[in-house]
Design a protein around this ligand. Sequence first.
Ligand SMILES: Nc1nc2c(ncn2[C@@H]2O[C@H](COP(=O)(O)OP(=O)(O)OP(=O)(O)O)[C@@H](O)[C@H]2O)c(=O)[nH]1
Ligand SMILES: [Mg+2]
Length: 194
Amino acid sequence: MKIKKADFVKSAVYEKDYPEQLNKKEFAFVGRSNVGKSSLINSLTSRLKLARTSKTPGRTQLINYFLINDEFYIVDLPGYGFAKVPKEMKKQWGQTMERYIASKRDKLVFVLLDIRRIPSEEDIEMLKWLEYNNMDYKIIFTKIDKLSNNEKFRQLKEIRTKLVFENEDVFFHSSLTHKGREEILAFIEQEVLK
Ligand SMILES: Nc1nc2c(ncn2[C@@H]2O[C@H](COP(=O)(O)OP(=O)(O)OP(=O)(O)O)[C@@H](O)[C@H]2O)c(=O)[nH]1
Ligand SMILES: [Mg+2]
């Protein structure tokens, strides 16, 4: 799929503020803070600064809606699991994200996992929750430019002690080199055409 147009629509906290549901499903990106959600959205849309990114975890605090090709939404969500933020704020952003996931919006959720890390309890909880609620989701391993092929192989073995998956069922992506971008875009296209 070619993304010809990507426009910021609005930021929201509560469901009443989400933009009107389109007749296509929307694609949301979740994962721990700093995993690369906003960077991935910029990579997919080939726009450097569409979604705000930062070295400091907790950049994205609201739900950000982007309209793609005037056809469907991409949704950037606040992350979970960041450390250096007051508890009350953490709780609020977490609830904003959870309310979105629990909402009845017609959506597909991409769960992002940093390839260099063993999935956290929160990652596992998120995946279990999506499974339990029968929601459409896909895993994307991010920051794959940070590992050599050998390291990647070893790391996947470690990750598999926590999480069962087939390589064919997950995506691998780098926002630096854009490796893996076309596969994700092809998948999104297939879902949009459904
Ligand atoms: N090398 C490398 N760095 C990346 C990649 N993706 C993201 N980063 C870096 O990781 C940091 C966090 O990226 P963000 O996209 O802001 O992460 P986020 O998940 O949106 O974080 P929050 O909004 O805080 O939840 C930034 O410094 C990015 O440049 C990647 O694929 N490769
Ligand atoms: Mg972000």
